[in-house]
Write a protein of this length. Structure first.
Lengths: 289, 173
């Protein structure tokens, strides 16, 4: 039967690009002609040979930062309302114990907050973080990630093999990079600091929506991996503007980070310039000491 | 799922990854390129005028980002070898002998792909490797669908002839 037009149709048939009626008609003709059957089989085999390439997926999730913050939900809610209450209790206990209270965490410009002036995370601070994470896990079970700033604590329970992955702490600091702010408050006031503990080789997507006027919503994607005592972090960060200036600033990249604060870059948010810095360390390293 | 730009873009991520991977032959770099392309797309979403489909728009951004990455990194010449060394075909339902044969065909097809005429190679890669439909490929290439179908067929015909010749040489050295 075949002329080149029919062969082009067979090629389209093999690719699933023919309308069904046309495909049926062509198949009826092909099945009657052994030579055409062979040609179609060869085309189908070639199509089959490339299925691996067409189904290839990214090795890690790709972070696509939404334009507006979504309402935060626990990623896995296996431990439900009871767990939330328990986590809140832990937060309260920690505050009472003076381990990780609001006073330590501080507000956007609170001078008592220790992190902004720290260029390198100390062993004491690492121990505090390890203790906070362990306490939360003792109440809520294994965690995929834990995130806290001065007003919010967010948790996601671990599933599958996540709990077996090394916890990695990331301290993320967003500060004003404008010279005016630096002059008025000394060296670079902290607009927002976020402590995150997530799992090695697992990505965490964390949302901290704006919960008060003048406070920026924050969305963070982290995928860390411990490398020679440091942490190779792939990150994407989005910061929302204030209500009257609904800009979104984004920053993405990959850095090797250690205990010393490392600049991740700067983001322009409307007429403001924010600097983003981070320190990171594997938590088990600290726990084993 | 809502129809926010982020969600719309997320639907195209696997294909963007395949495009980047085909051009860069490095899983991590391809991932980074897709990440960068997604951010660029979101940043410029207001500039998407709807004349192109979102698939072709994202394809353009991905290719541009991949080209930038290639300029930054001269590993392109290793792409061929590294792509061939991917794990064996893991299509479910194949017995080991069929899987081995399919893997051999895949590797051979890839080896021969570079020898195709440029117009055929592009149409073949977009439809058979990246997973674009003929209509999407037509939009990306700016050519009629019939031209794409014809070029894809020509590419397949050349590949099959060369593969048969290769197999024949192997059977009768």
């Amino acid at each position: 039967m075949t002329n080149e037009r029919d062969e082009v149709l067979m090629s389209q048939l093999a690719d699933g690009e023919l309308p069904s009626d046309q495909a049926n008609e062509l198949l009826l003709r092909v099945l009657d002609a052994p030579a055409d059957r062979e040609k179609l089989e060869a085309l189908l085999r070639l199509r089959h040979a490339t299925v691996d390439w067409r189904t290839r997926q990214p090795p890690r999730p790709v972070m696509i930062v939404a334009d507006r913050p979504r309402t935060f939900r626990l990623r896995r809610t296996a431990w439900g309302v009871g767990g939330l209450a328990a986590a809140a209790c832990v937060g309260g206990l920690l505050a009472l114990a003076g381990v990780w209270g609001a006073g330590r965490l501080g507000g956007p410009v609170r001078q008592t907050y220790p992190w902004p002036t720290v260029a390198r995370v100390t062993r004491e601070q690492m121990q505090q973080v390890a203790m906070v994470f362990a306490l939360h896990e003792s109440v809520a079970g294994p965690l995929a990630w834990y995130a806290a700033d001065d007003r919010n604590i967010r948790l996601a329970s671990a599933g599958g093999t996540e709990a077996g992955q090394t916890p990695i702490a990331v301290l993320l600091k967003l500060g004003s990079a404008s010279p005016d702010a630096a002059r008025s408050t000394g060296s670079g006031q902290a607009a927002r600091t976020l402590l995150i503990v997530c799992r090695e080789d697992r990505s965490a997507v964390i949302e901290l929506p704006a919960d008060s006027p003048g406070r920026a919503g924050l969305r963070v994607y982290l995928a860390p991996r411990a490398v020679n005592g440091k942490v190779e972090v792939q990150y994407a960060i989005a910061v929302d503007g204030a209500e009257d200036r609904p800009a979104v600033a984004r920053l993405a990249g990959q850095r090797r980070i250690g205990l010393a604060e490392t600049p991740l870059g700067q983001v322009a948010l409307g007429d403001r310039l924010l600097s983003v810095e981070a320190a990171a360390w594997p938590l088990r390293q600290e726990g084993n000491r | 799922m809502d129809d926010s730009p982020a969600n719309q873009i997320s639907l195209h991520v696997p294909r963007m990854y395949r495009v980047a991977y085909r051009l860069l032959a490095d899983a991590d770099k391809a991932h980074d390129v897709v990440q960068e392309a997604c951010l660029k797309a979101l940043t410029n979403v207001d500039g998407f005028d709807g004349r192109a489909t979102i698939a072709t728009w994202l394809h353009r951004i991905t290719v541009n980002c991949a080209k930038e990455a290639m300029r930054r990194d001269s590993r392109k010449e290793h792409a061929h070898r590294r792509l061939q060394s991917q794990p064996a075909n893991q299509v479910p339902g194949l017995c080991p002998a069929e899987a081995a044969e399919t893997k051999e065909l895949t590797d051979l097809a890839w080896t021969l792909l570079d020898k195709l005429p440029e117009d055929c190679r592009s149409a073949f890669a977009l439809t058979q490797i990246d997973g674009y439909s003929y209509d999407e490929t037509s939009a990306i290439e700016g050519l009629p669908r019939g031209t794409i179908a014809s070029r894809v067929f020509r590419a397949k015909k050349i590949l099959l002839e060369q593969m048969n010749a290769h197999m024949g040489r192997r059977a009768n050295p």
